[in-house]
Unconditional design. Structure first.
Ligand SMILES: O=C(CO)[C@H](O)[C@H](O)COP(=O)(O)O
Length: 262
């Protein structure tokens, strides 16, 4: 494949490219899922191939596992790794406290398990994912297929009782069939509009029978690397605030873009 990357893809790419600076020899690294995380996996693969970087990767989905193997990253399971130095993943939304909505790609369960088992979670995102209040992006929850319609009704009732703005839940589809996660579950997308008490909602959702996990990542993320379409990158660190602002030179990276897309 060839051709110009769109500004959003450039933004995703520069965030991904900067994130691999966090990876050191010998690390066990959680590998996220989604288009931004895929750039990061390819960048890591390049470092493994060309610079002899030695890492073990724990993928958060079968898709990411396939890509990681393809680009030459040694893949191990989370149980083999036991604990990770770092996880790098994308997000659908992030706010000023670095709380997130994740699961747009349907991998939220493994993503949350892997991120929680890591010393540090670094999120990579284009600037369009930044929000004042979480909730414009539909909140995914992973549910057991058994009785999913009953679970959906109970979730909707709970949203009414919590006075949440939007109450609609829709079953995520893959063509004319339900989308099925790597764990064999379904996804309900909650169209909330605005999530006032994200922590409370996350806890209530996870207490409901049939709900396996929700896509709110509260107090899990340490750093968000924000990419802009013009190549600028900002690093938002939970402890240090915005610590960095610079630009990745696209001209120098032109071959890399082409390589990565081929
Ligand atoms: O949570 C995720 C997958 O479950 C992704 O990280 C999220 O959907 C962002 O995807 P993209 O980088 O393609 O915009």
């Amino acid at each position: 494949m060839s051709g110009e990357l769109s500004p959003i893809d450039k933004a995703k790419f520069v965030a991904a490219k900067r994130s691999v600076d966090y990876v050191e020899d010998g690390m066990r690294v959680g590998l996220g899922t989604g288009s931004t995380a895929a750039w990061m996996v390819r960048c890591l693969g390049e470092l493994v191939r060309d610079d002899g970087l030695k890492i073990k990767g724990v993928p958060t989905s079968t898709r990411t596992a396939e890509l990681a193997r393809e680009v030459g990253i040694e893949v191990i399971s989370l149980d083999e790794a036991k604990w990770l130095d770092l996880t790098i993943d994308g997000a659908d939304e992030f706010d000023a406290n670095l709380n997130l909505i994740k699961g747009g790609g349907g991998a939220l369960l493994q993503e949350k398990i892997v991120a929680t088992a890591s010393d540090q979670m670094v999120v990579i995102a284009d600037v369009g994912k930044e929000v004042e209040t979480l909730g414009a992006f539909p909140l995914p929850i992973e549910v057991i297929p058994f009785g999913w319609e009953t679970t959906k009704s109970l979730v909707e009732e709970m949203l009414i009782s919590m006075d949440v703005l939007g109450r609609d839940a829709t079953l995520r589809m893959n063509g004319d069939r339900p989308f099925v996660t790597d764990e064999g579950n379904y996804i309900l997308d909650l169209h909330l509009g605005r999530i006032g008490k994200a922590n409370q909602l996350a806890m209530v959702l996870n207490q409901m029978p049939g709900v396996v996990e929700n896509g709110l990542f509260i107090d899990i993320c340490d750093v968000v690397i924000v990419g802009y379409g013009d190549g600028r990158v900002e690093t938002r660190d939970i402890n240090e605030g915005t610590v960095e602002e610079d630009r990745l030179d696209f001209l120098e990276s032109e071959n890399l873009f082409t390589d990565l897309q081929d």
